[in-house]
Design a protein around this ligand. Sequence first.
Ligand code: PHE
Ligand code: ZN
Length: 886
Amino acid sequence: MKESQPRTIYLKDYRKPDFLIDATDLNFQLYEDGARVTSQLHIRRNPDADAFRDVLELDGVELQLERLLLDGRTLNPDEYQLDDETLRLERLPKQFVLTVVTWIKPQENTCLEGLYRSSSMFCTQCEAEGFRRITYYLDRPDVMSSFTTTIEAEKSRYPVLLSNGNPVASGESGDRHWVKWEDPFKKPCYLFALVAGDLEWVEDSFTTMSGREVQLRIYVEPQDLNKCSHAMDSLKRSMTWDEEVYGREYDLDIFNIVAVSDFNMGAMENKGLNIFNSSCVLANPETSTDSAFQRIEAIVAHEYFHNWSGNRVTCRDWFQLSLKEGFTVFRDAEFSADMHSRAVKRIEDVALLRTMQFAEDAGPMSHPVRPDSYMEISNFYTLTVYEKGSEVVRMLHTLLEPEKFREGSDLYFSRFDGQAVTTDDFVACMEEVSGQDFTQFKRWYSQSGTPVLTVTDHYDAETSEYRLDVKQSCPPTPGQQEKQPFQIPLAVGLLDGSGKDMPLTLKAGQGDASGADGDLTRNILVRESEQSFVFTGVTEKPTPSLLRSFSAPVRLNYPYDRNQLTFLMSFDSDGFNRWDAGQKLAVSVFNELINAELKGEQVDIDERYIDAMRQVLLDDKGDHAMLAKMVQVPGVSLLAEQAEVVHVDAILNARQRVHERIGASLSELLLSKYRQLHAQSGNALDSVSMGLRAYKNACLMLLAQGGAQESVALAKLQMQQAQTMTDEFGALAALVNGPDIEAAQSALADFLCKWKKDQLVMEQWFSVQAASERHGALDSIQALTAHELFSERNPNKVRSVIGTFGGQNWRHFHAADGSGYRFLREWIIKMDGLNPQIASRLLTPLTRWRKLEPQRSALMQKELQEIMAHPGLSRDAYEVVSKSLK
Ligand code: PHE
Ligand code: ZN
C-alpha cells in the first residue's frame, strides 16, 4: 500500500549486483502468533560489478527487524538505515557474514506472498518478489546462492517440515522438532520454499536415464490422499519425456510436490519442492473432469520442466521472464501434444491465444514478450509472456527444425548451467547451431502488438504459376507507434479441386522457405512489409491453406469465400486448419448477423454454416476430441476480440439466434449423435474415452442451448447415472444453460448437497453459475458471494465467482445499467486491501472499456476512475488502472 506514486523500473537501467551472496543459512522458528527468521548471509563484493558502489541495499517488506550482526557483532541502529522497503549498509568489508533476525506474521499475511498460512499449514510463495517478505535479502534473480534451511515447529501440529533439496539432519526437544535441509544447487531466492503442516503423502520412485533413483512424493491434507495418483503418473511421464526429447535428467535425490488450497497462481517450480494450487494437482474421476485431468498433467509437466528451463538456467532479471516461461510453456505444450492429440492441443492453445492474448496485446497493458518497463512485476505474468512467448519459441523450433533446435537447447543448457541469463543468450544459441541470423527475428521479443498478415493471390493458368502477395503490418501499441517488419514463418499448403495437397515448388529468387520442393507444406519466410511468393507447376487454381498449425502468432486476412471455407473444413490435411476454417466460417456468419442487426436489418443465417455443422455431425470416422472442437460455436469473447467496436447486445442476440437455429435444424441429429456417443463413452481415462465424452457433452450442450426440451431429461438422467465428474458436470452445465430453469435449480441444489465437502468441486459449482446467462444475474452472483462455502480469502473462490462473472458472463457483467461494472469495482477495491495480485487480475475486463460501444464504455471508465481515486491503492492495481485510463 503506497501513498506516493509507484516507481517505474526499466530494462535499460539493469546493472549487475554490487554484492554476491555465496551461502544463505536460514533458520525458521514457527509459532502460532508469528515466525522468527534468522538468516546468515555470506556476502562478498561482486568482482564483475558494473561500477562498484560500497552500499549494500537489501530488500525487505513488512518485516520486524529484531537484530542485525556483522561478522558476529551486533550493529546499532545508527550503523544502518531502514525504510519501508530497504535495509542499507555502507563501508563494508570485502567479505563478511551478515546475520539478520526478523519477526514476521504469516497468520496475518493475506496477499499470499512470502510465508503465509493456508488451512492448517505454513507455506511460502517467493516468485517474483516474495522472499523480501521473509527476510532482508538481495531479492533479484541474478543473485544465486546455496541455501541451508532449518525449520523448527511444534511437533504435533506440524509433523512434516519441508524445504528445498535434501534433508540432512533432524532432532527434537520437548514438544518441538526441527529438520535441516540442504540444497546443493545455487539458486535465486525466488525458488526458495518451505512447508510445515500435518500432511500425508503418496510416494513413488523414478529411475533416471543414468540409473539414479529419485524418491517422488506428493504431500496433501489427509482427505485428499485419494487424489494424488494422476499427478504422480503425470510426473513420471514428464520425467521420461524430458529425458527422451531434451536429454534432461533430474538432479536431486528427491522431488516433492505439495498441494495447498490458497494460492495466487497455478503452481510454482521451487527447486525440489514444487507447490501447487490444489486445483492444479488433485484429481480423481469421481471429482474431476477430463479437462481437469489434462490441465493437471500439463501443469505438473510445466513445473517439472522448469527444473532445467528456469532453475538450472534462470533469468537475469524479471524482464527476461519469458526466457523461462515461454520456453517452458512450449515444452509442456509439446509434451501434451505427444501424450494426446497434437491437433486438439494446438486448437486449444491457439483458441486461448486468439481470444485472450490478442485482446491483451490490443489493450492498454499491451507489452512485448520481453517487457522494457514495469511498476509491479506481478502484473507481467501474462498471456503475452507465457503464451506468445511460447509461440516465439515455437517459431524458432520451426525455423531450425527439431534436430537443430535440440542442438541449440543442448548448447543453451550446457553453456549457461548455473547462470542467470537473457532471452538474447537463448536466441544466440539457436543462431550459433543453425548459422541463421536472428537479428530481425528478435523483434518478436521487443515489439508488442499482434502483427497482421494480409494475403491475396493470383493464379496464372498459362504459366501454371500461383502467386501469394503478402503484406504485414502491426498496429501501434502503448509506447510503440512504429513497428519494423517481423520475420514470420507462414506455413502454406495448396489444395487441388479434389481436396488433395499439391506438391509445392517455390520459384527461385522469390524468397526463402523451409523444406524442399515437392513437400506438401512449406513455411515461406515473410520478412518484408510487402513480399510475393510464386509457386510453379500449379496445374489448376488451388485453394490455399494458410498459416497451417498456426505457424506464427498473427492475424491472417485472406478473402476466403464461404465455399472455400467449407471445402477446407472437409479436406484440409492440416487438422488445425480444418477446425480453423470452421471458425472462420462461423465468425463470418456471425459478423453478417451482427452488422445487419446494427443497421436494423434482417438477414437469414447462411445455410452453408448449418450444413457444415451437419457434415461434422455426420462424420463417423473423425477423431472425437477433434469433432468436439469442430461443433463448438465461437464464444462471445472471441467475437468481441475480433470486433472493431463491441456491441454486446448484438453479439448476444446473434449467438442466441444461431443456437436456436442449430436447435431447430439439427436437434435430431444431435440427439442421435448424443445417444450413440453416450453408449460408447464409458468411464475410462484414456484419450479415446475422453474424446467420446467431450463430443457427447458438446452435443448435449448444443441441444440445451438450442432450447431442446429433450436435453433436460437427457441431462437429468446423465447426471443421475454419471460415473465420472465429466458426465456429471457436463449434464449440470447443460441444465444450467438449458431451457428449464426449475430443473437447473434443483440440479444445482442436488449437486451442492452431494459435493459440499469437496472444495474443488464446489469451485466448479460456483463458476458454472457465475458464467451463466440464465442463472448469473447480479443478485444470484451476490448470493453466491454470501454463500457459506465462499471465502474472499481463498483465491480460487474469488476467481470462480468474481473472475468468472467479469470474464465470461457477458450478459450480466455488461448489464446496460452498469450494475455489473459497479459490482466488480466494489470487489476489486475489497480485494485490493487483502490481496493485490488477485485484485489486479480481476481488473482485466474493465481495462477493455475503449472497445465497447459508447454508453457501456463510459460506465466502465467511470468505475476505473473510482478505483483510481481510492486511497491506498496497491502498486499492482495502480499500474493497471493508470495505464488503462491513459
Ligand atoms: N512460475 C510459476 C509457473 O509458471 C508461476 C508463478 C508465478 C507462481 C508467480 C507463483 C507466483 O510455473
Ligand atoms: Zn512457468
